[in-house]
Structures are given as structure tokens and as C-alpha cells.
Design a protein around this ligand. Structure first.
Ligand SMILES: *[C@@H]1O[C@H](CO)[C@@H](O)[C@H](O)[C@H]1NC(C)=O
Ligand SMILES: *[C@@H]1O[C@H](CO)[C@@H](O)[C@H](O)[C@H]1NC(C)=O
Length: 501
């Protein structure tokens, strides 16, 4: 009897706590790599990249003061539009690791959007020189990429890093750079292993030239001396081969499937969206997310969100920072939002953050039993014999770098709303389009249910304190329940607790 009571008490204690803390936090789950799939590390479901490339102003806009994730007002404008488009991932080509990105990364996470981040920039000491990599592979360069990893690996919604983009893109670069790329991948993976709070995939984004299509992907995939340290965790292809109205065969997508069907890592289109036929119809989206393609590819990213001189934009930003949604925006939105609703047998109901969830996980058959293929002596059209001074990173990898860790921060409700105007051709878009919808509250909002308090413009500091006190009080009351003499008192205390909260 005594034990039974004790047991009952503990049960009520647990119930009491779970009652208080249920729904108070909705996390964003890290993505991991398993075989040739991206997997949600908590639900275990495959993750398909449905995204856009995002670098307003182009990479040359990276400065001491700004980059694509440094200005929360710009982020609010664009992230609400990301949600309107129905995406779950953005790729960013360059950031400045000395700037603070907490607010923008929090907004992305709240919106259920992941980031694939390139670690290079056009600035000095921040990229490999593809023709003379030995002049640019040095500690200052490594420090730059480690600083980025040090900051971004602390955000759960960092999906992965690209070690390089299109470094091999002609005969000369293929002559010199391949072993350097592999070495940068190795440095990054070692740094992550020692200094990051979780494993984060390191990939490479390739220009899709037939000369190097097979050889480069195989070379970056392979394990040296049976060791996966320098093997990519995922592989991106920049593919513009589907232009206008095409089929799997006329576009050559069928060849891509053939080439990559036994690749052991996740594959994505790190850029797609040919603009030779305008306006773009984005029919390739249905193909990319078809059963045939999804056996081998895990989705892709449309190049690119903002309109720049090369004319690939979905959205045009004017001098005031106001946004005009272009035809391509609505075309892509049609396809991306359509994906969740129709068609395919194995598609389960979509989650609200736009992930596609599969009933059957075909990919299981594809996961190779014994890890990655052993490196060969030669790869066609590539020179892999250049010796790299691979000790250059040893000190930094061991000692680490001192950049700040990223973290999710508290946001005011008003920060989730675009302060810029957004036009759609006929007029301004409805207000709700300008607001980031909260899909993951991350436990950072004071009280999402109590909408009225938002208007009062409350001070985040005092409200955090309030929240903390409230939680302490709850734990205290639950504890009282646990130690109180009999169940009746317990129930009375519980009633008091509920009444108070
Ligand atoms: C980040 O992911 C970890 C592991 O799944 C989880 O425990 C944590 O709550 C997440 N954090 C946020 C803020 O989403
Ligand atoms: C543009 O916005 C107007 C006003 O909110 C709305 O009536 C119209 O349907 C929108 N057009 C498109 C293409 O979304």
C-alpha cells in the first residue's frame, strides 16, 4: 500500500511536470546523413531539399558590415516570402563570420527553414584559387572557414556546409585543384568532429560539366586508405539542362539518374532553373520530385531568389528595400506548393514545414553495406597527384578558433513582420504574406497563446524573467505535490497550482 502510494505520487509528479511543460517548446531537429539520404535526426524521416539559392546583391555584397543574414529586417521580408513559396531550405554562398547572425537564423528556424552554407567568399584569404590553389590554401583561409563552422554549427537548422562551389570548371582547374578540395573537406570534417556540438554534413557543389561529372563526384566520394576523413558527406550538382518544356529523356535527367544511381551519398541539385526560355515555367520541379528522380536525388535549390544582372530572380528588390514578386515567383510557388498536395502514392500527408514524408523508404536498399568506395589511382580528366601540405591545418584544428557560437535568441512579435512593402504586380500583397508564420516556437516567445500582450510591446528582458519565475513556481508546486503527506492534500495542491497557472 505504502509503495503503491509512493508510486502514485511519482506518477502525479510526472504528470504535473508534463502538464506544465507540454508544448512549451517546439524544437527544430538537426538533419543527419544516413547512406544516400538526409534524415531528420529525431523523427527518422527522409528529408528532401525544396529550396532556393539566396544571395541578395551577389557575393560581392559581403562586407565588413553586411551579409545575407546580418540584417533582421531584410530577413523578415524575405523569410516570410520563403514561406509563401513553400520552401524548406536556402543555400547561401557567402557570409562574414564576424557579424552576428542570431536573429536571422532564429527567424529561419522559426519558419522551419534549413540552411546550406558555402564557407567561401570572393574576398582575399576566403577562397581557393582554382588555378594556383597552393597560393590560397593557408592558415588564414582555414581560420576563415573554421570561424564559419564554429558559429553556424550551433544552429540546429544548419543542414550542411559546402566546402567549395565549381572550383573545378575547366582543364586548368582540373589539373591543379582536386587534391586541395579533398583536403579542405578533410580539414572541415576534422574540425567539426573536434569542435562542433553535432555532426554536420560537409559537401561540394559541382558545375555539371560532362568531362568531370563522373570522375570528380567519384573522387570526392572515395575513401583514402579506407578512411572516410576526406570523403564528402553529400554532393551538389548545379544543373541547368532542363530548359522550357522537356522530358526526362530530352533534358538528360535520365542520364543523371544513370550516372548517380549507385552513389553512396545524398545528392541534390545545388542550383537549377535554366532561364533560356522565359518566363520560366519550372516544369523540372515535378520531374526532380518524381519517383524516378527521388530514388537517387534528394531535391534541389532554384537559382536564385533575388533578381540580379544575370536575370535569374524570383523577386526584385528596389532601392528602398521594397520587394516586387516576379512571374517566376508565382510559377515556382505553384510547383513547390503543388508538390505537397498531389500525386504520388508514397507521399504521406505533408508536414507544415513543407517536408515530404514517405511511407516507404525505398532508399534503404541503396545504403551500401561497407561505407564508401576505396580511392583509385586515377580519375579521368583530373590530376589528383599534386601533393598538398596537409599539415597546415593541424594547429588550428587542434586548438580551435575563438569565434562566437551562434544561438537562437528571443524575438519580438513585431520583428516577424516585414517593414518593407511587398508588391505582386497588381498591388500590395495581403498583410498575412508579410508575416513569418511560427512553425517552431523554439521556446523563445514569451507566450504565443496570449496574443494581446504582444500589442503592449513588452520588454523581452522582463518577460523572460517572468517566464522563468513561472516555470520555477510550477516545478515548486509539482514538488510540493510529491512530498505532500497524502493524496488528498496533493490533489488540493494540484488544484491550487492549476488555478494559479
Ligand atoms: C536542437 O536539437 C537537439 C537535438 O535534437 C534538441 O534536443 C534541441 O531541443 C534542439 N534545439 C532547438 C532550439 O530546437
Ligand atoms: C496581388 O495582390 C492583390 C491585393 O492583395 C490580390 O487581390 C491579388 O490576387 C494578388 N495577385 C496575385 C497574383 O497574387
Amino acid at each position: 500500500m505504502r509503495y503503491f502510494r509512493m508510486f502514485l505520487r511519482w506518477v502525479m509528479f510526472a504528470l504535473c511536470l508534463s502538464f506544465k511543460f507540454a508544448n512549451s517548446e517546439s524544437a527544430i531537429n538537426p538533419i543527419i546523413v544516413q547512406g544516400n539520404r538526409f534524415i531528420d535526426s529525431v523523427t527518422g524521416k527522409p528529408f528532401f531539399v525544396k529550396g532556393v539559392d539566396y544571395q541578395p546583391g551577389g557575393s560581392s555584397e559581403i562586407t565588413e558590415e553586411r551579409d545575407p543574414l546580418s540584417d533582421p529586417e531584410v530577413c523578415a521580408r524575405d523569410i516570410s516570402l520563403f514561406q509563401e513559396l513553400g520552401i524548406n531550405t536556402v543555400r547561401i554562398y557567402s557570409v562574414n563570420p564576424e557579424l552576428n547572425h542570431d536573429k536571422c537564423m532564429t527567424m529561419l528556424a522559426v519558419a522551419g527553414i534549413y540552411l546550406v552554407l558555402d564557407v567561401n567568399s570572393p574576398l582575399d584569404n576566403q577562397h581557393l584559387n582554382r588555378y594556383e590553389p597552393w597560393t590560397s590554401y593557408h592558415p588564414l583561409y582555414l581560420e576563415h572557414i573554421f570561424n564559419i563552422i564554429e558559429e553556424f554549427s550551433y544552429y540546429n537548422n544548419t543542414l550542411g556546409f559546402f566546402a567549395g562551389n565549381e572550383i573545378v570548371n575547366d582543364r586548368r582547374s582540373a589539373q591543379y585543384s582536386p587534391p586541395y578540395i579533398k583536403n579542405v573537406i578533410k580539414d572541415m570534417k576534422q574540425f567539426i568532429k573536434l569542435h562542433s556540438p553535432r555532426p554536420i554534413p560537409v559537401g561540394y557543389s559541382a558545375a555539371d560539366y560532362l568531362r568531370y561529372r563522373v570522375s570528380l563526384s567519384k573522387y570526392l566520394e572515395c575513401c583514402e586508405h579506407g578512411n572516410s576523413a576526406s570523403s564528402v558527406d553529400f554532393y551538389g550538382i548545379n544543373s541547368y539542362q532542363w530548359c522550357g518544356s522537356q522530358t526526362m529523356e530530352s533534358s538528360g535527367y535520365d542520364k543523371l539518374i544513370d550516372t548517380y544511381k549507385s552513389y553512396t551519398k545524398p545528392l541534390i541539385f545545388s542550383e537549377f532553373g535554366c532561364n533560356k526560355v522565359l518566363p520560366r515555367q519550372f516544369e523540372e520541379v515535378s520531374a526532380l520530385f518524381s519517383d524516378r528522380m527521388n530514388d537517387v536525388f534528394s531535391g534541389g535549390l532554384v537559382y536564385e531568389f533575388t533578381q540580379e544582372p544575370n536575370n535569374y530572380g524570383l523577386v526584385k528588390i528596389n532601392g528602398e528595400g521594397d520587394a516586387l514578386l516576379l512571374d517566376d515567383f508565382f510559377q515556382l510557388k505553384k510547383h513547390y506548393t503543388h508538390l505537397d498536395q498531389v500525386g504520388r502514392q508514397q507521399l504521406k500527408v505533408p508536414t507544415r514545414d513543407g517536408n515530404l514524408i514517405f511511407y516507404e523508404q525505398k532508399s534503404k536498399n541503396n545504403i551500401p553495406k561497407n561505407g564508401c568506395p576505396v580511392c583509385l589511382d586515377k580519375y579521368s580528366n583530373l590530376n589528383i597527384d599534386t601533393k598538398v601540405d596537409s599539415d597546415l591545418g593541424v594547429f588550428l584544428i587542434k586548438e580551435g578558433v575563438s569565434n562566437e557560437h551562434g544561438q537562437f535568441v528571443q524575438l519580438e512579435d513585431s520583428e516577424l513582420v516585414s517593414k518593407f512593402k511587398i508588391y505582386n504586380g497588381t498591388g500590395e500583397v495581403p498583410e498575412k504574406v508579410k508575416r513569418i508564420e511560427i512553425l517552431h516556437d523554439l521556446g523563445i516567445f514569451n507566450d504565443v497563446k496570449d496574443k494581446n500582450r504582444k500589442q503592449a510591446g513588452d520588454n523581452p528582458k522582463t518577460s523572460t524573467g517572468f517566464r522563468l519565475n513561472q516555470n520555477l513556481f510550477a516545478v515548486f508546486m509539482c514538488f510540493m505535490l510529491l512530498i505532500s503527506d497524502n493524496i488528498l492534500t496533493g490533489i488540493r495542491n494540484l488544484a491550487a497550482f492549476i488555478y494559479h497557472v
